[in-house]
Design a protein around this ligand. Structure first.
Ligand SMILES: [Zn+2]
Length: 386
């Protein structure tokens, strides 16, 4: 039996500032609106001015591509033009990252997500990750298709895989005839009206939305590559909008900058934006019991310093260094230096992220240590401490 109690804490979207959240065997066991006064339990963490929210859901990443620098030489018409351009111009940077074994790169991809407060990710790729190797939850309840131009035999896969799961595919990534043709071909060949969730959808309009079950919006990556993103204002009225980061090849390692960019675009209101990275994706993908701080839900919880009396202002101004605590499936996997006393029983290792000292499971710090021996810049200014 593993118990953790978070005491005297605010919860995003809940009135009140002094909640007590009890976690037992991986799940949220109780949420009480009052702090508990004389708790003598060894695993109680008492907070002051802290805000809790559900571990975030990142609906799009390529886990093995997070140790590359962000690469572009200009704005592109579509993803094919981008791919050709970077292969030509940045072979040195690409080779340096490819020297790192793919298993280590995948691990780092999960760690990049974790350090941003993300506890569930949809990895867009062929490589699946065993449950026991998952540092965060990696969703596999969908069928992967890369894209119309780069996925071999996509027509056969789309029409001969019968498992009721949605197909997730890059679609409408760019503008122009090639991209238009891809969209038309996909809809024409979706003979059995399989559920399709598009990633990017820059070229999509509301008529296209009739053929889709959802869109994964990656504004940070889109604006970097194409100086343009999807028409969320129109599309959100027809289909659910998920939110994704894409990999560090095309986007900022700091996921919170993506959230702020999205907020600045003002296509989703604050509530919709928060739902798209917390409760909504699990509900739509049939992953039960995630994305809420509520009795019976999986205990995936992030706690940050409360820098503002308004919880939304605190939330939208978070950066990875502000994270005080991350709990995944009831287990603390990261805590801030300021909680050293309360989490001393964990015997975790120190490391630095963007100037702040945190403690994490030795497995995580070992990955950072290994990466320090390669000739690359580690994202999020990560380093080990001797
Ligand atoms: Zn992608």
């Amino acid at each position: 039996m593993t118990q953790v109690i978070l005491n005297n804490i605010s919860i995003l979207n809940n009135e009140g500032e002094h909640f007590c959240v009890s976690i037992l065997d991986g799940k949220i066991n109780s949420v009480i609106a009052e702090p508990v006064k004389s708790l003598n339990h060894s695993h109680v963490i008492n907070f002051k001015d802290a805000l809790a929210f559900p571990g975030l859901f990142n609906a799009h990443d390529h886990l093995e591509f997070n140790l590359f620098p962000r690469l572009r030489s200009k704005y592109y018409r579509d993803y094919l033009e981008w791919g050709n351009d970077i292969q030509k111009l940045y072979s040195k940077e690409i080779d340096a990252a490819l020297k790192i074994p793919v298993e280590l790169r995948m691990k780092f991809g999960m760690i990049k997500n974790l350090l941003n407060g993300i506890t569930t990710v949809m990895h867009h790729g062929n490589k699946s990750i065993k449950k026991s190797d998952q540092i965060i939850n990696v969703i596999d309840s969908y069928n992967y298709l890369h894209s119309i131009s780069l996925e071999k035999n996509w027509r056969i896969k789309l029409n001969l895989i019968f498992n009721k799961l949605p197909f997730v595919i890059h679609l409408g990534e760019g503008i122009g005839d090639v991209i238009e043709n891809e969209v038309n071909k996909l809809f024409k060949w979706n003979l059995f009206k399989k559920k399709i969730i598009a990633v990017h959808g820059i070229s999509l309009n509301i008529n296209h939305a009739n053929n889709l079950a959802g869109l994964i919006w990656c504004p940070d990556s889109n604006l970097f590559l194409y100086n343009k993103t999807a028409n969320i204002i129109d599309l959100k009225n027809r289909i659910p909008i998920f939110f994704g980061s894409d990999s560090n090849l095309t986007s900022d390692p700091n996921f919170w900058n993506h959230i702020r960019t999205a907020r600045g675009i003002n296509a989703l209101n604050d509530e919709e934006l928060i739902n798209s990275i917390t409760s909504m994706p699990g509900e739509l993908l049939n992953v039960k019991g995630i994305g809420k701080i509520k009795n019976g839900y999986r205990a995936d919880i992030v706690v940050v310093k409360k820098r503002n009396v308004n919880d939304y202002n605190t939330f939208f101004n978070v950066n990875p260094e502000d994270i005080l605590l991350i709990i995944r499936s009831g287990k603390i996997i990261l805590f801030d230096e300021s909680l050293k006393q309360e989490c001393a029983y964990l015997n975790y290792c120190r490391f630095k992220i963007r100037g702040a000292v945190k403690f994490a499971d030795s497995e995580i710090v070992a990955v950072i240590k290994k990466l320090e021996s390669y000739n690359i810049q580690i994202p999020l200014e990560l380093s080990t401490i001797e």
